[in-house]
Design a binder for this molecule. Structure first.
Ligand SMILES: [Zn+2]
Length: 604
């Protein structure tokens, strides 16, 4: 239906501050019936998240004549039109609304000062074509004075804010988002002349927020060096860390071959608390260039954006990335080993207090990505969440520790990464894999019954989290009254109090329970998420009052009484609890410190 010519796409972004993008498409066509589709299954989201409800103002014309189009009655993403005789080009205009967070982020794509353009949101393409075979020539018009970052190659910019890009495949276009902003900074992580180049493009709501420290710049340069040592090859021609600093724009991290699209709070580079919590984001998304984009589960390596995806191996795609990303965060110096262990203790405790695991195996959380993503915290311990991230991290730590033990420290997961993710450096490509391919490569590194271990971990309905990697690593999870640095920092940032491992709830500053752990003492007393805490033992509640009551519980035989409001009705719930404040940490359990070895940098 479409010939070898390129689709021409121009996107007017000058209305970005009010969250509407205007697109014009010129699509080469032949006369006769034609179906155009809007991308539905979005890579990195792993689900049918293309924001079709936000596509407005659709007009199609050919030869100066307006054409009547019809949406498919079943497939909301498909548009049928009859191309008149003598026509070889269809012109389509459409607008995309971008402020409802439906792009997979938690908020709008643009603000007064920043924008994040994902091309899948502004394009139509002929049905049943392969996204590799559709060529697109793109131009954008930016708000006056804004600067941009993208991995899209060979651009030229004219003075009137219009940037034109070289023709690329639709695959490459959708894989190369563009950020732009009023305040912009470019940081080079690679020395001049060295290839491939690595760049951090930062846009922000304010100039002071751009102040990345020289220590951080050195750590990100080290991150680049560490990935070279870990994987042994790079599958991109240049790499852009796209970083948006905004409290108003959607918060997210999305992986691509040659870039990652990261959006965090405005003060993340200059506020130590935000810095600590977000330190793992760029290493995680960067790791995806190898694990997720280059090597991709066969069920996620689809021909175009209409073909459904299968999430079954996301505990490899995301779980291994979570593991490697956090290890790289420590190896590059963005976290100290101590901070890494506190983060790991937090993760282990969360998963070990998640009774949903008794009905929903990890594999089902991966397969259910379509319905689990962006759910709220209510009943999360029972529903489970995207647990293939954190639980995948524990599983891959266990795999790494087993390899190190089986080979007396001669081999490690680093060797797996070289075999699985290395190969030849060059332009982006996708090499799909299956469960058997993962097992086969692990056996090349160290013979073991990997298939049985990984099947058991993926399909288990055991009540407790797989903590074997921590134990084999020479550590164990303990609970005491000392604050866990990640839980403590998250409490400050989210304005909440985490008593998940004592009474069994997280409560917001305004008293609302964001979650109550299923099966916990609070749950046993009848409390649920959405209820509101008013008073503890007869006194108006606060973090201090709660902590005092927890401390006193160890020497008291009396229950802790919580006065709670539930949809305008008040009731006192008595919790029979006597174990004090409980925060998770890792403690050495003897043997050699395998975990310490894992966190040691591979480069000098
Ligand atoms: Zn990820």
């Amino acid at each position: 239906m479409v010939d070898a010519q390129s689709i021409r796409l121009s996107v007017d972004l000058t209305d970005a501050p009010r969250n509407i993008f205007h697109s014009q498409l010129a699509i080469p066509v032949k006369p006769g019936p034609l179906t155009l589709v809007y991308p539905q299954w979005i890579p990195g989201n792993h689900r049918p998240s293309g924001p079709i409800a936000n596509v407005t103002g659709i007009r199609m014309e050919a030869g100066g004549q307006t054409l009547v189009w019809q949406r498919d009655p079943i497939d909301m993403y498909a548009f049928h039109v009859d191309v008149p005789a003598g026509t070889n080009e269809l012109r389509v205009s459409l607008d995309t609304i971008t402020n409802d967070g439906s792009a997979g982020a938690s908020g709008p794509a643009a603000t007064t000062n920043v924008l994040d353009l994902n091309w899948n949101q502004v394009v139509l393409y002929p049905q049943n074509t392969s996204s590799d075979e559709v060529q697109v020539q793109t131009a954008v018009k930016l708000p006056r004075g804004w600067k941009y970052g993208t991995a899209l190659p060979a651009s030229k910019r004219s003075t009137n804010e219009i940037v034109t890009f070289a023709p690329v495949s639709l695959t490459m276009l959708v894989d190369s988002p563009l950020i732009a902003g009023n305040y912009y900074r470019r940081i080079e992580l690679t020395k001049p002349g060295e290839a491939p180049a690595h760049v951090i493009d930062i846009v922000s709501e304010s100039d002071p927020a751009l102040a990345m420290t020289t220590a951080d710049q050195a750590a990100y340069a080290k991150l680049v060096a560490e990935t070279s040592a870990l994987f042994g090859a790079r599958h991109y021609l240049e790499y852009h860390f796209l970083l948006t600093l905004s409290d108003e724009a959607g918060h997210h991290g999305v992986e691509h071959h040659q870039s990652s699209d990261n959006s965090v709070g405005e003060r993340t580079l200059i506020d130590p608390d935000l810095h600590l919590i977000e330190a793992g984001l760029l290493p995680h998304e960067f790791t995806h260039s190898w694990n997720g984009k280059y090597r991709r589960p066969a069920g996620l390596a689809t021909r175009n954006y209409q073909e459904p995806m299968r999430g079954d191996l996301l505990w490899v795609y995301e779980g291994l990335t979570e593991y490697l990303g956090n290890v790289l965060t420590a190896r590059s110096g963005l976290w100290t080993p101590d901070q890494y262990r506190e983060a790991l203790a937090d993760t282990a405790a969360m998963l070990d207090h998640r009774p949903g695991r008794t009905w929903r195996p990890l594999a089902d959380t991966a397969r259910s990505v379509q319905i689990l993503r962006l759910r709220g915290p209510e009943w999360q311990s029972w529903r489970r969440s995207l647990d293939y991230y954190p639980e995948g991290e524990l599983i891959w730590l266990e795999v790494d520790a087993i390899i190190r033990q089986q080979t007396q420290g001669q081999k490690s997961l680093n060797d797996f990464c070289r075999l699985f993710h290395g190969g030849e450096s060059g332009a982006p490509k996708v090499v799909p894999y299956t469960f058997d391919d993962v097992v086969h490569t692990l056996n090349q590194v160290a013979p073991y019954d990997w298939a049985a271990l990984l099947r058991e971990r993926a399909n288990s309905t055991a009540a407790h989290a797989p903590l074997g990697g921590i134990e084999r690593g020479g550590w164990r999870v303990v609970y005491n009254d000392q604050p866990n640095v990640f839980i403590h920092t998250a409490e400050k940032i989210r304005k909440s109090v985490n008593a998940a491992y004592s009474l069994g709830f997280v409560v917001k500053e305004d008293g609302e329970f964001s979650d109550v752990i299923y099966g916990s003492p609070a749950y046993a007393a009848g409390i649920g998420p959405g209820m509101k805490l008013v008073a503890i033992n007869g006194r108006a509640w606060s973090k201090d009052v709660l902590q005092d009551a927890l401390r006193a519980s160890t020497d008291s035989k009396r229950p802790i009484d919580l006065l709670i409001e539930n949809a305008k009705f008040f009731k006192t719930y008595s919790i029979d609890y006597h174990d004090g404040i409980r925060n998770p940490h890792l403690e050495r359990s003897g043997g050699s410190d395998v975990l310490g070895g894992i966190l040691a940098p591979l480069t000098k």
